[in-house]
Structure formats: C-alpha cells, structure tokens
Design a protein around this ligand. Structure first.
Ligand code: ATR
Length: 282
C-alpha cells in the first residue's frame, strides 16, 4: 500500500462509547501506518444522506454501528454475501471507481474468536443452539451455516423474531420459544448466547445446563463481565468455554486490512488494552 494518509472512522449514533478507535489505533501504531481512525456521530436525520454520499465524508472507509447498519447497507452499490443475508453492514469502503461497498463482518468476528480460542471447535457440526434473535443472532446463524452446521436452533423469548430469522435463512434453521430449550440442549454441540442477558446492568440469564452434553462448547457474546454466569456455570460443569471479547476484536480485522493494507492480529496486548478501557476484570 502507498504511504498516502488514509482515513477511517466509526459511524453511528451514539459513537462515544465505541471501542473501535482504541482497537484500530492500536493496530495503526503497531504497524506504523500513516492513517487515522476517528469517531463520527451521524444523527438519524442525516444518516441516509451521509451514507448515500459517503465520498463527500473524506473517509476511505468506515465501520457502522447501531442504528445505521441497515440504512448504510441500503446505500451500498455492492454488498458481500453476509451483508446481503443480514440486510445490514458494519464495514464500508470505496472501490477504485468510487462505488460504495459494504460488508458485515460480525459473523466473521464470531468465527475468528472461536477459531483462535477453541481450534477445531467446528469439527463436530451437528446441532447448535443460539439464544436470542436480534442482529447479533443473525450474524451468528450466518456464521454457523457457513461452517456447515447441520441444524441451528434459534431460541427466543419472542418466537416471531426467531421465526423471522429462519424465514430469512431457510433450511437448516429452526425457530423456538424458550420453553423448548431443555430438550434442545440435550442434543447440542454448541450453545451461544446472543442476548444481552448476563451483561453488567442487565437481567441475569437463567438457564439450567444440566441436559447439555459434556462435550458441548459454550460461548457468550457478552464480554462485560468477561466471565458471565453462563460461562462460569458451563466451566463448572466441565464444558469448554469462550468469552465474547474476541468477537468484538475479530470483527474489526477485515476492515483494517481493507483500509490500511495490513491484516492485523488479535493479540493478548490488544485484549488487555480493551479490557482495561472497559473496566472489566479479566
Ligand atoms: P442485538 O441486535 O444487539 O442482538 P436486540 O435486537 O436488542 O440486540 O436483541 C436482544 C435479544 O435479547 C432479543 O432476542 C431479546 O428477546 P426478544 O426478541 O424477545 O425481545 C433478548 N432479550 C432481551 N431481554 C430479554 C429477557 N429479559 N428475557 C429473554 N430474552 C431477552
């Protein structure tokens, strides 16, 4: 890549809480790259105009956070497969001809985290149980189907939201209400929490892991606290567990590579830096 100064940013509303500048700032410094990564708060009234005229922002690329992931996707000239499947983008860049391209790397972040911390986790890919049916659940379902899981069960308080995901993804996915959880856990190779339950300040995730086969892997996308009650209970029962911090870090990798030309690593120093900033005790 040339030494021209390249600019990227996290865009959304609000963006003050975002750890993306810390993550990309760490990689820019580590690789001695001439570039910047800022925060740009895009108000909801201005969002459509901002993304439709992204070239005018002066940015080479951006991340997109809530609530603009869908508006930004609609403004793109080209979307990757994940973004098409989810109808939402978290990563933008301009191609050589100035066309706006969008990707959704949340699913890749989920996979990158498990690949790094639980190598071989996807060897037995029969049945996965995903708790929750929001945007994060969509990304996780996309990720699991991309790794050829035979069946992905989506379990959600509001059945209709789980059903909307299975309608979008089709065969290999099944929607359920919470009442089916016990039975489903009995056959699961993987359990993923994508709800906010168990996060600091939110209601606890109350779940009995007794039916879960001992070989099942348990992961949570919540990372504050780093060890959620779900992960603690799973560890106590002898399950392999993976915390959610890595998904946040790994989803940033493809964007950085696209904008700045270097594929960065999620290393221990970065994990510690972000944990400290979050005030989370590892
Ligand atoms: P995101 O897009 O970040 O994944 P979201 O759309 O707010 O977040 O989704 C949050 C998920 O947590 C939803 O699946 C939600 O269930 P509903 O669809 O029934 O709202 C789930 N959730 C939140 N609070 C919950 C609670 N107290 N009990 C059970 N599920 C809950």
């Amino acid at each position: 890549m040339s030494d021209t100064f390249r600019k990227a940013a996290i865009t959304g509303h609000p963006v003050a809480h975002s750890r993306s500048p810390l993550v990309h700032g760490y990689w820019l410094k580590k690789h001695n790259i001439s570039g910047s990564y800022d925060r740009i708060d895009v108000s909801p009234e201005k969002a459509e105009d901002f993304y439709r005229n992204f070239q005018r922002s002066g940015l080479d690329g951006a991340n997109v956070t809530v609530p603009h992931k869908e508006i930004a996707a609609a403004a793109c000239d080209r979307l990757d497969d994940a973004a098409k499947a989810m109808g939402a983008v978290n990563t933008l860049w301009l191609d050589e001809t100035g066309r706006l391209c969008g990707a959704n790397t949340d699913g890749l972040g989920f996979l990158g985290n498990l690949d790094q911390l639980a190598p071989g986790w996807d060897v037995s890919r029969e049945s996965a149980v995903v708790l929750g049916a929001g945007g994060a659940a969509r990304a996780v379902v996309w990720a699991l189907l991309s790794r050829k899981f035979t069946i992905v069960h989506i379990v959600n308080r509001t059945y209709e939201k789980a059903k909307a995901i299975t309608d979008a993804f089709g065969s290999g996915t099944v929607a359920h209400g919470w009442d089916k959880l016990g039975t489903l856990l009995g056959k699961a190779d993987l359990l993923v929490n994508t709800t906010a339950l168990g996060m600091t300040g939110k209601a606890p995730l109350e779940i009995d892991l007794a039916p879960l086969p001992e070989t099942a892997l348990v992961t949570d996308i919540v990372y504050a606290p780093l060890e959620t009650d779900l992960l603690r209970q799973a560890k106590r029962r002898g399950h392999q567990t993976v915390d959610g911090l890595g998904m946040l870090l790994h989803q940033a990798v493809p964007g950085f590579e696209r904008w700045f030309g270097v594929r960065p690593e999620v290393d221990e120093t970065l994990r510690r830096l972000v944990l400290e900033d979050l005030g989370v005790v590892a």
